[in-house]
Design a binder for this molecule. Structure first.
Ligand SMILES: Nc1ncnc2c1ncn2[C@@H]1O[C@H](COP(=O)(O)OP(=O)(O)OP(=O)(O)O)[C@@H](O)[C@H]1O
Ligand SMILES: [Mg+2]
Length: 375
């Protein structure tokens, strides 16, 4: 049987990953949860709404008693949180389980919330129905890159998570932010505090203080900007992609953006790889780039040509793309016809490109490359 600790040790023994005491003890903790969740398949009985339902549900939770705490894996970038969670998720012997990027889960949640409201105008509170839906799909939810940015999310999350825990859903999450620091300094945070308390009650917080940023280490010595375009640059880009995705199989992915889809030619492990024309040579806009920037922590772009008033549409999209990537602290690797400062030929539009060139320079700096991805 595939378990967490066995798989982790196997990877270390085969040299796929380096041995790290902090990761090893995190793997032990995940193993503990793995054991508790073997065959986990709670089926809360249908309970009526209202106070009778509330009492019944509470009783079920108490009686079930077997509602193990989830885990909140937190730490600096590249420490192996997603790797460990994925390893746990793959091994988890839970019939209904789901692993999803948290930003995507939030978007889906908003969509469903409004759909329930639209389809059932008589319901004033869609949260119980929404929680039933989510808990019906998965008894184990694994969230990558957990983060809370706006007050609407904050308000929905508090009540939704309470309802999910009452339905015995177990949550495992990775994050760069400690629960106590979530939504810190934002207006309305006080109303969010009960959620933080709730999160800490239902998830054990595990700080993954691994020895180093393994993502940086894997691409250590590899540049982020390859010029000129050609066989040498292609080989270097392939090497970057291989190092960043490790043994994770790469494939096409599809992002759902406000009802439309965006096809990502090759992606794995939070890394997406595009050809410049697929990204900036077709009618994509700020919304698409924002979706990319929140979904992937690293983006590779092949073959950025010289830009000028002659291919201004491509240049304009490229500017929008870089703004989105920069604002979300996405790490960027490219092959290009020139260095950032020489990429845009002087002329009309050169001014707007100055900021982009400066951002592109900064995005190659060590300081930028160690910033956490903002989802
Ligand atoms: N012990 C290790 N030895 C070698 N490579 C490792 C080790 N741990 C993790 N890695 C690799 O380092 C990269 C970063 O790991 P991972 O994506 O899990 O980090 P993370 O903690 O989730 O980072 P972030 O906070 O940015 O999401 C991955 O490619 C992963 O496979
Ligand atoms: Mg991660």
């Amino acid at each position: 049987m595939v378990d967490v600790i066995g798989t982790y040790r196997e990877r270390v023994a085969s040299g796929q990953i380096l041995s790290d005491p902090a990761q090893s003890s995190a793997a032990e903790r995940l193993q503990g949860l793995w054991v508790k969740l073997r065959g986990y398949d709670p089926k809360p009985k249908e309970a009526p709404n209202g106070w009778v339902g509330k009492l019944l549900r509470r009783k079920q939770v108490d009686e079930a008693g077997e509602h193990p705490n989830g885990l909140y894996l937190v730490g600096d970038v590249g420490r192996g949180k997603s790797m460990l969670m994925d390893l746990f998720f793959a091994a988890a012997d839970v019939p209904r389980k789901r692993r999803i990027h948290f930003h995507e889960f939030m978007q889906e949640t908003h969509r469903r919330f409004h759909q329930i409201k639209r389809d059932n105008p008589e319901i004033d509170d869609p949260i119980p129905a929404l929680a039933d839906m989510i808990a019906g799909e998965a008894a184990l939810l694994c969230f990558d890159e957990f983060q809370v940015h706006d007050i609407v999310d904050a308000m929905i999350l508090g009540r939704l998570f309470e309802a999910l825990f009452a339905r015995l859903v177990v949550v495992v999450a990775t994050s760069n932010t400690l629960p106590d620091d979530l939504f810190k300094g934002k207006p309305g945070r006080d109303a969010f505090l009960p959620f933080i308390g709730f999160l800490k009650k239902n998830l054990d917080v595990l700080v993954l203080d691994a020895a180093r940023d393994y993502r940086r280490q894997r691409v250590h010595g590899l540049a982020a900007w390859y010029t000129p375009i050609g066989r040498w640059a292609d080989a270097a880009m392939q090497r970057v992609f291989d190092e960043l995705t490790g043994e994770m199989p790469a494939h096409t992915e599809t992002l759902l953006i406000s009802g439309r889809t965006l096809s990502v030619p090759l992606a794995a492990n939070g890394v997406a790889w595009f050809d410049f024309h697929a990204l900036c040579g077709v009618a994509l806009g700020a919304g698409d780039y924002l979706a990319l920037a929140t979904h992937y922590h690293t983006v590779l772009i092949d073959g950025i040509p010289l830009l000028s008033p002659d291919n201004f549409d491509e240049a304009r999209r490229f500017v929008t793309l870089i703004d989105a990537l920069y604002e979300h602290r996405v790490k960027l690797y490219v092959s290009a016809a020139a260095l950032p400062d020489d990429l845009y030929r002087k002329g009309e539009g050169a001014r707007i490109f100055e900021r982009t060139a400066s951002r592109l320079e900064e995005m190659q700096s060590e300081a930028y490359l160690t910033l956490p991805h903002l989802t």
